[in-house]
Design a binder for this molecule. Structure first.
Ligand code: SF4
Ligand code: SF4
Length: 532
């Protein structure tokens, strides 16, 4: 399939059949005849669904030619802004470099888990969507582009092209594995990010889960979970009680302590879905005698910043709120909890935004925890974690930020049966839920995610535990909230808890589980305590 085929009107550009997908091994062969369930015609009659039998965004079809024309014009106006210095000072330079240089060697395709797991469907090549944008850019933005387009490859810019491109930008997890292998430094992840940005900032097109129920909700209520400050405090109060009940350890979680050494930012989803993660952080910080605090101000108790994936404006609003809360609390540094995208958002991408007194030192919890463990302040018995453990490397923490060793140093001290996935570290594979996918479940998208974008991770997990008895509990350590959500969904979809006794959780839970001060284990497997 050629990039120009994206503008060819058809009912579906690319079908994914069960036989296309990389097969799963024993005891999961019965899943090999599954593919994405077709959406009911009445559900999709008024939205764009002609890309790949899947819908993530759901762009309304135009009512007539006038609307269609206006849609194309809005896209072109946004495209122009994307390549203007004053409108895209954040990413213009790497975007142009990636637009201008591509040797078409396809090395990136071999690195992309979505392309590989799909059985090599052309539309999922990293270069496919990049090349669509590149041709439109050359034709409409570069001088003399309309003439040279005939030589370099033309694309008909119609409503179908644009709507499919918007959907296609949500078939890539922005894991940037492709970028690390490109011999000329093209970043197809960045190109995809910029496509999403154009659609969101200029056309108001973005998945509801990350925009309306994500950034907008966070800025208006205080958290993308919808939790207002009072509810966050209630949740944490409940966590304090629960921690005492589970571990026998009394814990106090401090709020709004001015001048504390650390402002800890959790993904607020942890408070609701994985309260033991929030509690485990508190137990560790308390035992290590750390001066720390949470913030009860709206946005200050939720590290989430979904704008990182699709919209610079939303991104900046949240990042500035985070830094300003830390500034007013006069903390010495911000520590990012187990949330990968929040790490990258506030520590790396926001770096050019947070200047002056907003430039508060920011640190990864992987580093903070490594320092605590290395200091010897916690008494640990690794034999309490005497079950197979493997580590998932969140793309944003590991590949994008280079934080590879701190979490491993910890695991080598507390998990005697720790084994690496293949490959791991900066070569890791995404959980499949990156860039918002873990929380996107509209239409039939969650099925696409589980069957396709998370498939490689599931195979890696099975491989890491191959050779272990089926009835022995196994722990996937995923120190990122979104990754945990994605891994939870894989385990549930493939019935892996029942079939292979695979469980998942964070890093802090493993640390607390090994602490000799705990009277009872924090980790249990299907209700069975991990140690007696
Ligand atoms: S690896 Fe780089 S140069 Fe090769 S096709 Fe991919 S983007 Fe182009
Ligand atoms: S960023 Fe990841 S998912 Fe997206 S094209 Fe590159 S390798 Fe594939």
């Amino acid at each position: 399939m050629k990039p120009s085929d994206i503008s060819r009107k058809s009912e579906c550009l690319c079908h994914v059949e069960p036989a296309d997908l990389t097969p799963l091994p024993f005891p999961y062969e019965d899943y090999n005849d599954r593919t994405i369930t077709a959406l009911k015609p009445d559900k999709i009659k008024s939205i764009e669904s002609s890309l790949d039998d899947t819908v993530a965004v759901g762009i309304p079809k135009p009512a007539g030619e006038e609307e269609e024309k206006a849609f194309v014009e809005r896209f072109l106006a946004g495209l122009k802004k994307l390549f203007e210095k004053e409108n895209n000072w954040t990413f213009l330079q790497p975007l142009i470099l990636s637009m201008e240089h591509c040797a078409k060697c396809q090395t990136c395709s071999q690195a992309c888990p979505v392309y590989e797991m799909s059985g090599g469907k052309d539309i999922y090549r990293p270069i496919f969507r990049a090349e669509v944008l590149r041709r439109i850019y050359r034709k409409y933005i570069k001088p003399g582009g309309k003439i040279s387009a005939r030589l370099t490859g033309d694309i008909d810019l119609n409503w179908t092209t644009i709507a499919r491109l918007a959907e296609l930008s949500y078939r890539c997890t922005l894991c940037r594995r492709c970028a690390t292998v490109c011999p000329v430094g093209v970043d197809n992840g960045l190109i995809n990010h910029e496509i999403r940005k154009l659609f969101s900032q200029e056309m108001g097109i973005a998945p509801k889960e990350i925009h309306d129920k994500g950034s907008v909700l966070q800025l208006s209520k205080g958290s993308s979970t919808g939790m207002i400050p009072l509810a966050a405090r209630d949740s944490v109060e409940f966590i304090e009680e629960e921690m005492e009940e589970i571990t026998g350890c009394k814990v106090n979680i401090p709020w709004d302590v001015e001048g504390a050494d650390i402002l800890l930012l959790h993904n607020a989803g942890e408070m609701l879905a994985w309260p033991e993660n929030v509690g485990a952080f508190a137990i560790i910080f308390q035992a290590a005698g750390i001066s720390w605090t949470l913030s009860s101000e709206a946005v200050g108790y939720d590290a989430v910043n979904y704008g990182l994936w699709y919209d610079d404006v939303q991104f900046s609003r949240v990042a500035v709120r985070h830094a300003d809360i830390a500034r007013r609390l006069r903390v010495k540094k911000i520590v990012m909890g187990e949330c990968g995208h929040a790490h990258k958002a506030l520590t790396v991408i926001a770096d050019r935004l947070l200047t002056g007194d907003l430039n508060i030192p920011r640190e990864s919890a992987m580093v903070t925890l490594d320092n605590i463990i290395s200091s010897g302040k916690l008494k640990l018995d690794p034999m309490r974690n005497n079950f197979p453990v493997t580590l998932h490397d969140p793309c944003n923490i590991v590949r994008s930020m280079g934080i590879v060793e701190p979490q491993r140093r910890i695991l080598r001290k507390i998990a005697p049966l720790f084994r690496e996935m293949t490959p791991h570290g900066v070569d890791n594979y995404c959980c499949g839920g990156g860039s918002g996918f873990a929380i996107m479940s509209g239409y039939n998208f969650s099925e696409w995610r589980t069957l396709l974008s998370s498939r490689k991770k599931f195979l890696q997990i099975l491989d890491a535990f191959s050779g272990e008895p089926e009835d022995m509990p196994k722990y996937v350590c995923a120190p990122c909230s979104n990754c945990k959500g994605s891994i939870r969904d894989i385990i549930s979809y493939y019935d892996a808890e029942e079939r292979s006794r695979i469980y998942y959780g964070g890093l802090v839970e493993l640390i607390v589980n090994a602490m000799t001060d705990m009277k009872k284990p924090i980790i249990s497997f299907g209700g069975e305590p991990s140690w007696a």
